[in-house]
Unconditional design. Structure first.
Length: 228
């Protein structure tokens, strides 16, 4: 096992149902934000850490995404006939990723501030943690409802509860994915097991972050980009 991640998984298989008519004929990662497909903003972050391999999972409107990503050198993990959720999708992509641990990155958010993947890499300690999540204080988020996903302790330990939002970027050891029998499952289940073993940690993002999961998130994200 390498101490530091050398590959990154981009989650791009979802149906984008919260986007309504905007995803009737295209996948959410190809919706334009500030004149560029949403997934290209994620690829900018990827370029900052120069992984050996970049992999994206595809399901909804997979051919459109493949046509966009293959020329950029992204390896494609197609999920057929069913979508596999985050845990199952990551496990299915392991032959492409080829190493452990890995970065994972959601493709429906805009970050304003330092590259979250840099911050994760600098804070990663495989002797103390099996996953390291990038979380954002509620006051620094746009387009996100609710009180948060986790409570973050000063030592980096997290528990389910209000306080910070998981931003969709992490470093994760993947060996625990084999503990699940079903093909489709959420990474939340793996996090819960890591928490029980005191191996789940998070770092607090110092910048701002916008969820682009709904149509109104596009204008919020563009305003955030314009302020940078």
């Amino acid at each position: 096992m390498s101490a530091d991640p050398e590959a990154i998984m981009l989650f791009a298989a979802g149906f984008g149902t919260r986007m309504g008519a905007l995803t009737a004929d295209r996948p959410k990662p190809l919706i334009p934000v500030a004149g560029r497909p949403l997934i290209d903003h994620a690829l900018n972050l990827v370029d900052g850490v120069q992984p050996i391999r970049t992999v994206a999972n595809l399901h909804y409107q997979a051919d459109q995404l493949a046509a966009h990503l293959e020329p950029k050198g992204v390896l494609l993990s197609r999920e057929e006939p069913m979508i596999l959720e985050t845990g199952g999708g990551l496990r299915a992509a392991l032959p492409f990723l080829g190493c452990d641990p890995v970065y994972t990155l959601n493709t429906d958010a805009i970050w304003a501030g330092p590259n979250p993947l840099h911050l994760l890499r600098d804070a990663w300690d495989p002797d103390q943690m099996d996953a390291l999540l990038m979380c954002i204080p509620i006051a620094q988020t746009l387009g996100h409802g609710g009180t948060g996903d986790f409570t973050l302790d000063p030592d980096g330990r997290i528990t389910r509860g209000p306080g910070v939002v998981y931003g969709g970027a992490q470093i994760l050891k993947t060996d625990g994915l084999e503990e699940f029998d079903e093909p489709a499952f959420s990474l939340n289940r793996l996090w819960d097991r890591m928490h029980q073993r005191d191996r789940l940690r998070a770092v607090k993002y110092p910048g701002r972050w916008c969820d682009v999961g709904r149509p109104e998130g596009i204008a919020l994200a563009e305003s955030l980009i314009a302020d940078v």
